[in-house]
Design a protein around this ligand. Structure first.
Ligand code: GLY
Length: 397
């Protein structure tokens, strides 16, 4: 009887091991890229006949919600199409990428937002990188001029949102994501002002946005007369002193890019400190997809934010190439876990479901009760970017 129980227990153990055996990461990435191509073909088709619309999210019934090009996320879906074209080299995907990129073009004149990096560099930037189309280059340079008008030499920063009753000169940590665009513009145009703006903005942000544990505030508002800090607040986080997950992700990604483009070791140190805060955080779940805010009081029942997980994964993969081997391995382990989690049925949508978005479970603005636990274009964009970065890493080794 005893021998029989041991035998059964061994069989169960064997079955459990073989069932939980990890799929090789290369196979998993290739499979999810293929499925993402199919999903985004459906997505592109769904708005084909509405030439001024771009996908945004889904409503409570699961129906696609679209936006105009002035929504801050308008560049992500075209950017994802470019990445998927880069992967599959399929002409249909190229046509879709061109179509949806053109929908964003008028934003190159938009001086009312700081989000032109997201809107134009993800769309036109990837389009230019992959095709060399000079019309794309020209649209990008016009957009960079528009964005640079928001820089103020007194505060030393690019203004995120326009002045309002609450803030004189609000700068959000997300603004670090515009710098890659301006650094490109500096190189492409030979105009050093764009780069000077980036360095000033990044240095001021190190000075004022970060706490001693290297978590960051969401909103820092500056006094426009003295240039000093007026207020330290949040807008999308749990409270002023909390660590809003996506904000930490934007900071990590932004300083990684600043180091890549300037080779200033201060930016590498900043990126490593932010990475340390994130990956060693006691409330980062084992599957490495953050709760929407590291300080959300409802943890462990708080909503997860797939977008923050995807942005962090992509940034860690790049950062792993700039640090010593041991630390690089730690970053890649976290990024691989994030990729595996986001590629699981919990997050990765079945074809034709989820409004044709790739990932489920992102959080846009929880305190505003907007876009909570829904698909979002930027989660898809940075997830696909992370897959391609991880794949290229493996090809290089
Ligand atoms: N404002 C950009 C974001 O929600 O992350």
């Amino acid at each position: 009887m005893k021998a029989q129980s041991i035998f059964i227990a061994s069989i169960i153990a064997l079955l459990t091991t073989s069932c939980t055996k990890k799929e090789p990461i290369d196979d998993l990435i290739n499979d999810r890229l293929e499925r993402s191509v199919q999903q985004y073909e459906l997505m592109a088709e769904s708005l084909r006949n509405q030439p001024d619309r771009l996908p945004r999210t889904i409503d409570k019934e699961g129906k696609l919600v679209s936006s105009g090009s002035d929504w801050w996320c308008s560049g992500f879906m075209p950017g994802t199409l470019w990445y998927l074209y880069e992967y599959g080299k399929d002409e249909k995907m190229l046509d879709a990428a061109r179509d949806y990129t053109a929908r964003v073009e008028k934003e190159k004149y938009n001086k009312g937002t700081h989000d032109l990096g997201f809107m134009l560099y993800c769309s036109f930037g990837n389009g230019y990188r992959l095709t060399g189309d000079t019309a794309y280059r020209s649209a990008l340079l016009t957009g960079a001029e528009s964005l640079a008008t928001r820089f103020n030499p007194i505060t030393g920063c690019i203004k995120s949102w326009n002045s309002n009753e609450k803030w004189q000169f609000p700068v959000i940590i997300d603004n670090m994501m515009n710098l890659e665009f301006l650094l490109w513009a500096s190189e492409a145009s030979g105009n050093p002002t764009f780069k000077d703006i980036c360095i000033s903005h990044a240095n001021k942000t190190i000075e004022n946005h970060f706490r001693s544990d290297y978590s960051s505030y969401h909103v820092i508002s500056y006094d426009t007369i003295t240039g000093s800090v007026e207020k330290k607040n949040t807008h999308q986080g749990y409270n002023d002193e909390s660590a809003w997950a996506r904000g930490q992700a934007w900071g990590l990604y932004g300083y990684t890019v600043m180091y890549r483009e300037t080779k200033d070791p201060a930016y590498l140190e900043q990126a490593k400190h932010i990475a340390g805060f994130i990956i060693n955080h006691p409330r980062l779940p084992a599957d490495k997809i953050p709760y929407w805010d590291f300080d959300a009081p409802e943890i462990p029942d708080a909503k997860r934010d797939a977008s923050a997980g995807a942005i962090i994964a992509s940034a860690l993969i790049e950062l792993s190439g700039y640090v010593d081997k041991e630390l690089g391995k730690q970053y890649l382990n976290v990024a691989e876990t994030q990729i595996r989690t986001l590629s699981s049925p919990e997050y990765f949508a079945e074809k034709g479901t989820n409004g044709n978005f790739i990932l489920k479970h992102s959080v846009g603005h929880l305190p505003g009760n907007s876009e909570v636990d829904v698909p979002l274009t930027y989660a898809d964009y940075y997830y696909i970017e992370a897959l391609l970065r991880y794949k290229n890493l493996n090809l290089a080794n």
